[in-house]
Design a protein around this ligand. Structure first.
Ligand code: WT7
Length: 637
């Protein structure tokens, strides 16, 4: 059994890629035949990267939830759509069949409507990894509201910035979330955020952890009470709203090289097609298999490969509330054994952190159901790749190294499991529809192999970001203006003699910490909020587990008798402003920063120091005060 658009051999791949480049409209309309449309399209593709303007299937109408749910009711009503494993291994698991998911999404869609949410309204979702998070996302899509999911590790201030940027009047949250031994009070964080956002009309709260919360009259309602009202009304189905192909489906904020996160916007039809297509092809999904993506739905990986991709392919998606090391470092392996998971999709940082526990936690766990392994989010080092291959895949499971971004919506460069060759630490070849290209500093294409360059994409794929919310010019400048007529990824890449790509990392001021993107400017802004801080500079350094760690150089004024306390205060400030995910690993107090005569901080020098390359700092003669470098070197942590 396979999908009509499933690539089954290397030849298939070569043919598909070639066709997708020569005739993108023909290629993608063939794929689109296998989806449910309310009205066919007028034109498959219309684009230019100058504005930029990218339109796929313009004129068509659809609703993504009919594709993710309704159309599977005929033959998969009783198949699990979502399997949920709770944080506490002794708590009750939950299974939602496609029929049950349909019922829940319709009910919560009605709750949203009853609470005044209309098509096009922005709904902020701030929840833990419980089935209701997926239900809330899909219910928004059902009624045509634009969801903006915010990861649970962001602070009240970050949430407020996002609520303001999207002008989101509705919030769906939980009382709290379980994460390992912790209980995170989500609703109270929302309360702090809403202080700055008086335009918020309604907060719907799902009771999960039974953490005490303050429910504000006229603004806050309980999810469970609202569902009860819908049940009483005896309305079971909820017809899916008719959406234009290019209507926005969601906003997801991500960091860039400026201090302010960008609201990446994805649209309905292209995103649906591309996530389904890549899900089926990259993982070579077979009907009935259980797919376990360990990401959080607060990130793009969760959007595309826990919710939309798997469900639009009628798959069974396993959702895990907890963390890999709770109650012990064998948790992933227990889950794989318990549910007989077939596909495991996780991040190099998780692999490295589990590697550190040795083989003990794997012992006695049956991992024989695994067929495919995947990694995403950051370059995977060879050591981690081989450990994953030997000890988890038992050398029988192809590993797909999937390179993509929040902005790309789905995987752009990856091997296809068992179909195209794998090469450790290489993402390898582009998916059909994707035309990668390396350029030099001047923007000239590098056509040879065995070279490195800046990674660009020549033409749109269906889930190209359409805009950055509320600021189209920012989208143009960020992604489409660096190089003429190209999408610039912000990544550097190496291409080998076979044309395989290896992503070498960001070439802009964006860090990748545990597979999460954090802009150095954002962290600096947060540090600078501390009253004693004069100036700061943040760079990345290699970190054994996280891939990259955050190193902050800080000029501090005032009493410095207790340096440890100052550092703790700075950390607390970052937690408050951005959230625990941006917490610096190292803070070095310095009396000055290396600057050019025109006042520009020479980050190159700071990066070298943070990396420990003290001998190789390079030219410092253009510095205003070369002496400062020696002092910083001496104080290196
Ligand atoms: C950045 C995008 C895509 C979902 C998770 C992260 C890095 C991503 C890989 C990979 C090397 C990778 C890139 C990219 N990245 N996948 N397989 N190999 N690097 O999404 O937060 O938007 O971050 O993650 O640097 O630009 P994101």
């Amino acid at each position: 059994m396979s999908y009509p658009y499933q690539i089954r051999s290397m030849d298939d791949y070569t043919t598909a890629w070639k066709k997708s480049v020569e005739d993108p409209a023909g290629f993608w309309s063939d794929v689109a035949q296998h989806f449910t449309w309310k009205k066919p399209w007028n034109r498959v593709l219309d684009w230019n990267f100058r504005d930029p303007s990218v339109k796929w299937f313009d004129g068509a109408q659809l609703n993504i939830t009919e594709n993710c749910i309704d159309r599977h009711l005929a033959d998969k009503a009783h198949q699990p759509a979502i399997i949920w494993e709770p944080n506490d291994p002794n708590a009750q698991q939950r299974i939602l069949t496609y029929a049950q998911l349909h019922e829940e999404v319709c009910r919560f869609g009605r709750v949203l409507l009853n609470n005044g949410v209309k098509k096009g309204d922005r709904v902020c979702i701030y929840m833990g990894m419980i089935p209701e998070l997926a239900i809330a996302v899909l219910a928004c899509a059902r009624i045509g509201a634009i969801h903006s999911v915010i990861f649970g590790g962001f602070s009240a201030q970050s949430i407020a910035d996002r609520l303001l940027d999207a002008n989101a009047e509705f919030i769906v949250t939980c009382d709290g979330a379980f994460r390992g031994p912790k209980d995170i009070p989500l609703k109270s964080v929302i309360d702090d955020a809403v202080i700055r956002c008086p335009f918020v009309k309604r907060v719907i709260v799902y009771m999960h952890t039974k953490t005490p919360v303050s429910m504000i009259k006229g603004r806050d309602v309980w999810w469970q009470d609202e569902i009860e009202i819908v049940k009483q009304s005896n309305q079971h189905d909820l017809p899916a709203e008719t959406m234009e192909a290019e209507d926005p489906l969601f906003i997801l904020y991500t960091s860039g090289s400026t201090g302010k996160p960008k609201g990446v916007v994805h649209s309905c039809a292209g995103y649906m097609l591309y996530t389904a297509y890549t899900f089926v092809n990259v993982f070579q999904y077979q009907p009935q298999e259980i797919h376990f993506c360990t990401a959080d739905i607060g990130w793009i990986t969760g959007h595309s490969y826990i919710v939309y991709g798997p469900l639009s392919a009628g798959a069974t998606s396993l959702m895990f509330e907890g963390i890999p090391t709770f109650p012990d470092a064998g948790r992933f392996w227990d889950i794989i054994d318990k549910y007989k998971v077939n596909i495991l999709y996780t991040a190099p940082t998780a692999i490295r952190s589990l590697m550190a526990f040795g083989l003990g936690p794997i012992h006695g766990k049956d991992l024989g159901s695994l067929r495919v392994l995947g990694t995403v989010g950051e370059p995977i080092n060879e050591e981690a790749w081989h450990w994953y291959d030997e000890h988890i895949g038992k050398k029988k499971c192809p590993i797909v190294d999937t390179w993509w971004q929040t902005e790309t919506g789905g995987v752009l460069i990856s091997n296809l499991a068992g179909i195209t060759p794998a090469k450790p630490s290489f993402a390898t070849l582009p998916l059909p529809g994707v035309q990668p290209m390396l350029v030099d500093e001047k923007g000239n294409e590098i056509t040879e192999n065995n070279v490195t360059g800046n990674l660009c994409i020549k033409a749109p794929w269906p889930s190209t970001l359409r805009t950055t919310y509320g600021d189209h010019e920012r989208c143009r400048v960020n992604y489409f203006a660096t190089y003429d007529n190209l999408y610039f990824t912000g990544d550097g890449a190496y291409r080998d003699e076979n044309g395989f790509y290896r992503i070498t990392g960001r070439v802009d001021d964006v860090l990748n910490v545990s597979g999460h993107r954090i802009g150095t400017a954002e962290v600096e802004n947060a540090i600078n909020m501390h009253s004693g801080v004069v100036e700061s500079a943040v760079v990345g350094f290699p970190h054994d587990i996280k891939g990259q760690g955050i190193y902050a150089f800080v000029i501090f004024s005032g009493n410095q008798s207790d340096q440890e306390l100052i550092k703790k205060d700075i950390t607390a400030t970052v937690n408050r402003v951005i959230g625990p995910i941006a917490k610096p690993d190292k803070i070095q107090l310095v009396s000055g920063l290396p600057k050019t005569r025109s006042g520009k901080i020479m980050r190159r020098i700071l990066r070298k120091i943070a990396e420990g390359e003290l001998e190789n700092i390079g030219d410092t003669t253009t510095l205003l005060d070369p002496g400062v470098v020696e002092e910083i070197k001496k104080g290196r942590l």
